[in-house]
Design a protein around this ligand. Structure first.
Ligand code: C2O
Length: 541
């Protein structure tokens, strides 16, 4: 028996060795098919890009950079700061886009379809038959940057104005925390499938958790928004993988793991903006329908801007060639099919655009401290202990060892492995440190708040996997929490999980929780690229 087991292990081991990692290559448009498994109530439709049989040309970075250096740089401004003239120009550009014939890859519907095709397993990874999904992995930022890049250039070309820009929905600044008025007033920028309760003057809900916004005062919601952005862009992503999401290579299954910003504010604002009465809160709430709402694009312009702000913090970036050499295809402003790489997405000035400076108040935020310090002072009486592997139906806590003796100078990371649920609905839970009394409405502007797991509904995933079971993991950078709570010397921390099951959310189970220390790319390079660097200990129950 033992021999058999060893042989099996060896077999597994050599099998995994023989799969050499490779970047995800651009999909072949001719291999596109209708979305796999839409919700039952949805009529099947195709969102494949028109295929004229033309080969994609490589994006010419030198040419783009030359044009950017000699021409005008587009300065993307905050939507709430746009002049009336800029708002009118934006509406005009969208009117021109909506007027294009539907077979034109630059038309409004085809632009929306791009998102559907890249998120609904319509495409296969180039050269292999694995379905492609651009969400829930390290592809998230770069894919959307390119998407917006071409979308903006098409709009500019249609009105023949090379100073045209797409504004950003500045929902991380108190002045920008409503749906921009131009996106409500102009019929070109409106969408009838928005949640009525979210229209101005409602304050955006960047940590939307399917509860009525009126539970918080406007002041509290603004605080919650600033704290959410701070947590997701500054405190939690202390390694580039926390920020971008988990590695996703040729042949990998979809959605290996979300980056901090993709879950919040990204996913949460999708869920907040879509009409809750609609199936999966579409348009914005369902990935296959989201880009039918023009606000989708300015949501992503802000995500793109926040990516630049994060890069400005001077943190380590991913240097894995499988990431940098990942490819996508898009139709450009001349309806030419163009192949682009993640690598070429990095320099926005070379791509001809920049962002208007706005104050990022969340960069430097005062958080409150709700707990009373170390574990010794904490009453654990009446605290319910999480049952690992079982659906989490109520707030529960775990004592997790920090395994200080094996800390390797890496970033302290809280890992939730084996998160299981159902992909047909969204799911969500919040995580706190040393705050067992945390509850569903605890504000995120405290030092104990670790973050939130939030997955959008993915009916498509079910078909790809052959099951509607969701199986994923989540990782949270907790170095800042430890520091703020002055826990550096403590052996254990209390981790509290607050499940959210308000309709339409479904509960999840978690199979294990532990802390590991993850080396940064620069530390790995210094160590000569050693692999298997993380140390971890299982949660003590
Ligand atoms: Cu591709 Cu906002 O999602």
């Amino acid at each position: 028996m033992a021999v058999l087991a060893t042989a099996l292990l060896l077999l597994l081991f050599s099998a995994s060795l023989s799969v050499s990692a490779a970047p995800i290559l651009a999909p072949n448009l001719t291999l596109c098919h209708t979305p796999l498994s839409l919700p039952d109530e949805e009529e099947v439709f195709s969102c494949c890009a028109p295929d004229f049989g033309q080969p994609a040309v490589d994006f010419n970075m030198t040419e783009a950079a030359m044009a950017a250096a000699t021409g005008k740089i587009r300065v993307r401004r905050a939507a709430h700061n746009m002049s009336d003239a800029d708002a009118a120009r934006l509406a005009r550009a969208y009117a021109a886009m909506r007027a294009l014939p539907v077979g034109d890859p630059r038309s409004y519907d085809q632009q929306a379809n791009i998102h559907c095709a890249y998120c609904s397993a319509c495409y296969q990874m180039g050269g292999i038959s694995t379905p492609l999904q651009v969400h829930g992995s390290w592809l998230f930022f770069a894919f959307h940057r390119w998407y917006i890049y071409f979308h903006e250039r098409i709009l500019a070309k249609l009105i023949d104005d090379d100073t045209f820009y797409l504004p950003f929905w500045n929902y991380d600044h108190p002045d920008g925390m409503t749906v921009p008025y131009s996106y409500v007033q102009s019929s070109e920028l409106r969408d009838d499938n928005r949640e009525p309760a979210c229209l101005p003057p409602a304050t955006v809900f960047t940590d939307f958790y399917y509860y009525n916004a009126t539970l918080r005062t406007e002041f509290e919601q603004i605080q919650a928004n600033l704290a959410t952005i701070y947590r997701q862009f500054v405190a939690a992503p202390d390694t580039p993988y926390r920020f971008y999401g988990q590695p996703y290579r040729a042949g990998d299954g979809p959605q290996p793991g979300y980056g901090t910003a993709e879950t919040q504010p990204h996913n949460s604002l999708h869920g907040w903006t879509g009409n809750q009465k609609n199936l999966l809160a579409k348009d914005m709430g369902a990935l296959y329908a989201a880009a039918r709402d023009p606000i989708f694009y300015i949501h992503h312009v802000n995500i793109d801007r926040l990516w630049e702000v994060w890069r400005g913090l001077g943190r380590d970036d991913i240097d894995d060639p499988d990431y940098l050499d990942s490819e996508f295809v898009f139709y450009d402003e001349n309806a030419q099919l163009v192949k682009v790489t993640v690598r070429d997405s990095y320099d926005t000035l070379k791509l001809g655009y920049a962002y208007e400076w706005v104050e990022n108040q969340w960069l430097d935020l005062n958080l409150s401290t709700l707990s009373n310090g170390s574990l010794a002072n904490m009453s654990m009486e009446g605290v319910s202990v999480c049952a690992l592997g079982e659906p989490i139906l109520e707030t529960c806590s775990l004592l997790v060892s920090r395994n200080l003796s094996s800390a390797n100078g890496g970033q302290e990371t809280l890992v939730f492995e084996g998160i299981e649920g159902n992909v047909t609905n969204p799911s969500m839970f919040s995580v706190y440190m040393n705050l067992p009394e945390a509850h569903i409405h605890t504000m995120p502007d405290c030092v104990e708040y670790v973050g939130r797991f939030s997955a959008m509904a993915q009916p498509v995933q079910a078909e790809v996997q052959g099951t509607s079971a969701m199986k994923t993991s989540a990782r949270f950078g907790i170095g800042q929490n430890i520091k703020d709570l002055k826990m550096e010397g403590e052996e254990d921390v209390v981790i509290t999980v607050v499940p959210n099951m308000n309709n339409p959310l479904l509960p999840v189970s978690i199979s294990s929780v532990w802390i590991e220390y993850e080396l940064l790319p620069s530390q790995l390079r210094r160590n000569g690229g050693a692999s298997g660097t993380s140390n971890y200990v299982r949660a003590s129950r």
